[in-house]
Design a protein around this ligand. Sequence first.
Ligand SMILES: [Fe+2]
Length: 182
Amino acid sequence: MISREESWKLVTDHLKTEHLLKHVLATEACMKALAGKLGGDETLWALTGLVHDMDLDVVEADPARHGKFTADVLRGKGFPDELVNAVLAHAGHRAPETKLDIALCAVDPTTGFIVAVTLVRPDKKIAGVEVRSVVKRMKEKRFAANVNRDQMRTIEKLGMDFEQFIGTCLGAMQQIAPDLGL
Ligand SMILES: [Fe+2]
């Protein structure tokens, strides 16, 4: 398996936008924590989260290439097929099939939703965010309206309780709060 350090170098060679770098770090943390709960390989799941969006700056003018560009780079570097397939699935180029595919698709919108819940707090600090406040905001259609709630809920396909999912992601993001600027 390619090291975390080498993977991060690959990400930062391609991805420069600060909020996207924070998004991939959040996704890495959530995926690692979820692997622990869902019987996945922590290293593989964390790396998948870290690299999944590394082409977003590169394909900005041609969003249809999102995921495919990353997949080509990762294959060239010898990343495992399971990881590459999850990247393709999250960008809509394959149907999500494996636990890894499904978890990545569910986590992807969830990190942004948790950030949005954090930023409406007076202190803008993730440390004080609670699971119930995240779950409550799910019902407010106008709140973070661009975030796909149905996609977040696809974690339930893996038999995971939705509140447990939010708690796992929130806890993981709280642990790296300084990296996320939260
Ligand atoms: Fe993403």
